[in-house]
Ligand binder design. Structure first.
Ligand code: ZN
Length: 384
């Protein structure tokens, strides 16, 4: 049912338009044209100004031909990761890849192309469908900040799909919540050769704290990482400052809190052990901790209508749909956090965030059929 030639050509055209995070203007204008051509009312919101980008989120509202059908959200992100400029897509048989210098950008142009083609087919074949809100977000890859800026009051849909994961038929319904952590370790500087006893090494405090931290995979639903460490000025200065940046994630809000507290405690205890008396004054190493909720967990019920719809679509197409838990975060986390019920369906993208990224067009076509069938079923008798 999907027009394979057309979706392939659109995907390749989109891939060739550079759209790093905060630089999605060109691709947004191309998609605005596509959406208006399909009859949507298009709005570009002010997320671009808020995040320092050159364009906002694109919101396209379609009026369905079956008013009693539940309005659905379809969303994909317009930005791609680095290295992602001047992408040269190479088609070998049915497999799209790059020349090895850049990512392919199938993450998430495959999702974008699927949405465009599915709506085009609904209209061409006069299939039944309800109202559709399409949201093409900016800056998913730079901390889902486009979705964070989106005013969901602009949407009619309260449920739907994000198209931003790999295997066809994989429906991500569970994802961890994440805290973003920043620790500043303060020591005391001194000449390392002349009077090291007058200093407190912030590097040593940081090292002692990190050495005691449980990191990596904590349990089946919790992970933690210290990903960035910066500090020190010269080999002959006892360092007075270290900056650590890390994260904790968990499917359980309690465990997320627990793990975050644990990481702070390890550093504070290490700092408490480093005290110094100098000329009658007491000095102590100290930690400034900053905890920011990056996004809340995603937890869409098996019984949610959107999950049941995708199961039914898979059945009709002989695709084995499986709901999955992911360790990652995406726009769907934010939509759910804002009160929508949104799951993340696979598009066929593979080895993403690497220059080896590739995509089998057969998977793209099948994902397109899945979305089309989901939209169609949503407006059929038994689902109204
Ligand atoms: Zn993505």
């Amino acid at each position: 049912m999907i027009n394979r030639e057309r979706i392939k050509n659109l995907l390749i055209e989109l891939i060739k338009i550079d759209s790093l995070s905060r630089q999605e203007y060109d691709v947004a204008m191309r998609l605005k044209r596509e959406m208006e051509d399909l009859g949507a009312a298009v709005v570009i919101d002010d997320a671009g100004e808020k995040v320092g980008g050159n364009v906002g989120n694109l919101i396209a509202s379609f009026t369905g031909n079956t008013p009693s059908a539940r309005p659905l959200l379809l969303s994909a992100h317009m930005d791609t990761v680095v290295p992602g400029e001047g992408i040269v897509p190479i088609l070998e048989g049915e497999v799209l890849r790059t020349d090895g210098r850049t990512v392919l950008g199938g993450d998430d142009k495959s999702g974008v192309a699927i949405i465009c083609e599915a709506i085009r087919i609904l209209q061409e074949r006069k299939l039944p469908y309800g109202d559709i809100d399409v949201v093409f977000t900016i800056c998913e890859e730079s901390g889902v900040v486009g979705a964070k800026c989106l005013d969901i009051g602009r949407l009619r849909a309260r449920t739907g799909l994000v198209l931003d994961s790999d295997s066809v038929g994989f429906l991500f319904t569970r994802g961890p919540g994440a805290n973003r952590l920043e620790f500043r370790v303060h020591g005391l500087e001194a000449h390392a050769g002349v009077c090291p006893e007058r200093g407190i090494s912030a590097i040593q405090v940081a090292a002692a704290g990190i050495a005691r931290m449980k990191l990596g995979r904590i349990d089946h639903e919790t992970t933690a990482n210290i990903g960035v460490i910066e500090g020190g000025m010269a080999v002959n200065i006892v360092p007075n400052a270290v900056l650590l940046r890390g994260e904790a994630r968990s499917h359980s809000p309690e465990k997320l809190e627990q793990q975050t507290r644990h990481m702070i405690n390890c550093l504070e205890e290490a700092a408490a052990r480093q005290t110094l008396e100098l000329d009658g004054n007491k000095f102590q190493a100290r930690i400034d901790s900053k905890v920011e909720l990056d996004y809340e967990r995603m937890l869409v019920s098996e019984n949610a209508p959107i999950v049941q719809l995708v199961y039914a679509a898979g059945k009709n197409l002989n695709v084995n749909v499986k709901t999955q838990a992911t360790g990652g975060g995406c726009d769907a986390n934010i939509f759910n956090q804002k009160g929508l019920e949104v799951a993340n369906l696979g598009t066929g993208m593979r080895d993403i965030h690497t220059v080896h990224e590739w995509l089998d067009l057969k998977d793209l076509y099948l994902s397109g059929e899945m979305v089309l069938e989901t939209l169609r079923l949503n407006a059929t008798e038994s689902w109204l």
